[in-house]
Design a protein around this ligand. Structure first.
Ligand SMILES: [Zn+2]
Length: 188
């Protein structure tokens, strides 16, 4: 269960909060909140602060709060970065996911009867798997948007791999230069 790491995001990163919750990560998000409150939450609750605000990021660093400055808000880039730095899983786990709306862990069910009063007849006939939020009562299913979700996850994995690849290439370059003299002599 990915109970860690936990996050708190600034008001510009609502889309990141929804994604992290979908992937099972406990993530707080407020539409409107003072910077000092975000910093206090991050510190008191041991949450990583994600922000697009350079000033806020600097303040967090000064206070020794774990923080990440989101340079590119494109979601697949953000997820690739978070996965590289904080090891978040880029997989959807049907038994370990949170309500994108309110952050509460969702309950998985295959009982159509349980959700019949909350979804249209078409949906109840078409889908077999549902997630219910015990708190805000929303019901979720893998509808037509699900392909987009999978595409974004695949895209993040590719970006992560290329980032890790670049790091490996840079390390190799350093290695080659270090041993360059010896190799040059040998080939002559
Ligand atoms: Zn909810």
């Amino acid at each position: 269960m990915p109970s860690y790491p936990r996050f708190v995001v600034d008001s510009m990163l609502g889309h990141v909060a929804r994604w992290l919750r979908l992937l099972g990560y406990d993530t707080l998000y407020y539409r409107k909140i003072d910077d000092w409150k975000l910093l206090r939450i991050a510190k008191n609750e041991d949450r990583i602060l994600l922000t697009r605000d350079q000033g806020l990021y600097n303040r967090a660093k000064k206070l020794r709060i774990r923080a990440f400055f989101v340079e590119d808000p494109d979601i697949s880039s953000v997820l690739a970065e978070l996965s590289t730095r904080f090891n978040i899983q880029l997989e959807f786990n049907k038994n370990d996911t949170r309500c994108p709306n309110c952050n509460t862990p969702l309950r998985y069910t295959t009982s159509v009867a349980e959700v019949a009063h909350k979804v249209s007849k078409n949906i109840a006939l078409k889908y077999r798997e549902f997630w219910i939020c015990p708190s805000c009562k929303k019901v979720y299913w893998q509808g037509t948007h699900w392909k987009t979700i999978n595409d974004i996850l695949e895209n993040s994995k590719i970006k992560k791999a290329s980032r890790l690849g670049n790091i490996a290439i840079n390390m190799r370059r350093v290695g080659v230069e270090d041993s360059g003299i010896g190799a040059g002599n040998e080939s002559r």
